[in-house]
Design a protein around this ligand. Structure first.
Ligand code: NGQ
Ligand code: ZN
Length: 457
């Protein structure tokens, strides 16, 4: 069965267009698009509609510890002390908990206007570090969560082997992540197996970082990506840049670009600390910079060199990473505000005469689709019908038209202006709420009661 839509006003690739009719095939793809059309009696009628954006970087389980590492410790708190808390937290999670948390996160993403998620998952094994009977158990649970919520998923099973450069052995806290290339190949195969149960799914690979995967490891596992994306954390912390320089004589982005075939399939997550040549060459590679502004602020990473990277033609997308908040509007806003605060200027990341909201939204939709390898981020024939409808009656959007709707949503709003969300033509959010929120949040609450029972700060 196919469904048809009538959109009163839609952001199409060449701009805002009124009275758009879409035909959506049984697999969720837009099969026909016509403009200046009246609605027909059976059409699903929507108001102001944007394409769905992919959230390209997620560690779903971290949502459940949001706010638990905001108490100052005895020394200087940092990314690394946050990571200690995070490791202590994840030790409590079993597959049921991972599934419950992932479903909650996906519900929150959908309600924020994200229609696809790139799940970079590394909590693979049981608490003692031995694999599950099915080594892909955790991938299966992420898929089950997505079956419940309806979000499109790109599974990015993580290769994690070392605790630092020069093949430093993994620590006890990392025992649930570690694989050698053979074990990893099984894991990816199991992830592919479980992915087959979902309608809107891709599988890629994710060497965790240059700390956790050597260049030779990356070379060994790269064929496992097949046609899928390759994601890696890189140059997020100064300590990592320095350790890389000590070990290799080069900065991380330089080291990767010179030793791996980095191209459009790749997503370099964070890439916060780059020298001028790295910015230029990463931009030229066609890879996506996976920016996670709220997490980068929360963890004290530093500021991505957005002005220079965009001027060099670099591509980017947005991830909510640690999920300290899940808010599409706030991520793009903080990306721009970081630049305003340091440069003491306004409307820094757009071009003269161009709406900043529109410019950032378009770029992040495109980058997110590329990085997740999904046919999303565009309302066009051949793309999936991932549709985000804004509530134009919300006070934040009152009286706004065209790009000023995007500016007002992204700079003055949040998830509350999202009225409905369709993924592959299926309604997943209605009247601002995920269609499975109640069930998912009940289960999440139970899970958290257990996890938090004897948690100490
Ligand atoms: C992660 N998160 O894998 O969850 C990392 C922290 C690490 C971010 N980098 C762990 N934001 O990088 O070692
Ligand atoms: Zn991450």
């Amino acid at each position: 069965m196919s469904t048809d839509f009538h959109l009163a006003c839609a952001l199409l690739p060449d701009g805002w267009t009124d009275n758009v009719r879409l035909c959506v095939g049984p697999d969720g793809t837009i099969t026909a698009l016509a403009t200046r059309e009246d609605p027909r009696p059976d059409d699903t009628r929507l108001g102001t509609v944007l394409p769905g954006m992919a959230n390209l970087h997620s560690h779903a389980f971290q949502r459940a510890m949001a706010g638990l590492s905001e108490r100052r410790g005895p020394g200087t708190d940092s990314f690394w002390s946050w990571r200690d808390v995070m490791y202590r937290f994840l030790d409590r999670l079993d597959p049921d908990a991972v599934e419950a948390i992932a479903a909650m996160v996906q519900v929150e993403m959908l309600e924020a206007g994200f229609t696809t998620v790139g799940e970079f998952h590394y909590l693979h094994h049981t608490p003692d570090g031995s694999p599950h009977d099915d080594p892909g158990e955790m991938a299966a649970r992420i898929c089950t969560a997505a079956e419940t919520t309806g979000i499109a998923v790109t599974l990015l099973p993580v290769f994690y082997r070392w605790s630092g450069f020069n093949m430093a052995p993994a620590t006890l806290g990392q025992r649930r992540f570690v694989c050698d290339p053979d074990q990893y190949s099984t894991l990816v195969e199991r992830a592919r197996h479980h992915a087959r149960s979902l309608p809107h799914v891709r599988v890629g690979i994710a060497p965790h970082s240059l700390r956790a995967a050597s260049i030779d490891d990356i070379t060994a596992i790269l064929p496992l990506a097949e046609e899928g994306p390759v994601h890696i954390h890189i140059a997020e912390q100064i300590a990592e840049v320095e350790a890389c320089r000590d070990a290799t004589g080069h900065r991380p982005v330089r080291w990767l670009l010179d030793r791996q075939p980095v191209d459009e399939r790749w997503c370099l997550v964070h890439a916060t600390h780059m020298a001028a040549d790295e910015i230029r060459d990463l931009a030229a590679s066609g890879a996506v910079a996976g920016l996670c502004p709220l997490t980068e602020a929360s963890l004290g990473d530093g500021l991505f060199p957005a002005v220079d990277f965009l001027a060099a033609g670099g591509r980017f997308g947005i991830g909510s990473d640690s999920h300290i908040r899940i808010d599409l509007a706030e991520e793009l806003r903080l990306l721009e505000y970081g630049q305003r605060l340091t440069r003491r200027e306004r409307n820094v990341l757009s071009a003269p005469g161009v709406s900043t909201g529109r410019h950032l939204f378009d770029a992040a939709c495109e980058g997110g689709a590329q990085a997740t390898g999904q046919p999303t981020g565009r309302i066009a024939v051949g793309h999936r019908a991932d549709l985000v409808e804004l509530d134009e009656r919300h006070p934040v959007l009152t009286g706004r038209t065209g790009d000023s709707r995007l500016d007002s949503w992204l700079f003055a709003g949040d998830g509350r202006q999202v009225r409905s969300v369709h993924v592959g033509g299926m309604a997943r959010v209605m009247d601002g709420q995920s269609t499975c929120r109640e069930m998912v949040s009940r289960r999440y609450e139970k899970t958290l009661q257990t996890i938090m029972a004897d948690w100490t700060a």
